[in-house]
Design a protein around this ligand. Sequence first.
Ligand code: X6L
Ligand code: MG
Ligand code: MG
Length: 182
Amino acid sequence: MDEQFPHKEAEAYIALGSNMGNREQLLLSAISLLDTHPDVRVSSVSGMYETDPVGYTEQPPFLNMVLAVQTTLSPLMLLRQLLQFEQQLGRVRQIRWGPRTIDLDLLLYDNVRMDQEELTLPHPRMMERAFVLVPLHDVLDYSHQLQQEVSAASRVALLDGKEGITLWKTINWRSASEPFES
Ligand code: X6L
Ligand code: MG
Ligand code: MG
């Protein structure tokens, strides 16, 4: 057993998006920041998808992906850590729904349901966003109660074809971060 955390470890899913600067490097930096945090371990990484912008469409295409993480942080502490990492990676909030170096959204935290001003779980709009559902489908734990719903919705989104989502590349996070067997 390789138990980094002794107890109260939760599984959370985080959506990443970037459409400014070196998008791929920004996503990789965000993964690295998360995995380096003592109370977070990145357990699974989706494909990296290039996606047409939605909401505000007059902006460059995004790279989007989703991570599964194991964490001992509470949902609110995890959210605040994500916002701090956004700052660290140069996020400046200008136009609503506008271009950003990095966006880190907390989608799911175990089976927690909460509706507070600071945080709503599950993410209230994730089921409508193919750029979230398709990568989430890559990493979602099959034991999760939402899996069937996400699976169906992402299949619809992909078959639909009009969503503008293409696989950009696949990265092997574990082998990239642990290149040598010892
Ligand atoms: C009508 C009104 C239809 C608003 C859609 C959808 C607004 C998504 C905002 C909407 C609406 C959002 C990303 C993005 C944004 C991203 C891609 C948002 C916030 N973030 N497009 N647009 N990837 N492809 O990460 O999600 S802005
Ligand atoms: Mg977002
Ligand atoms: Mg956000």
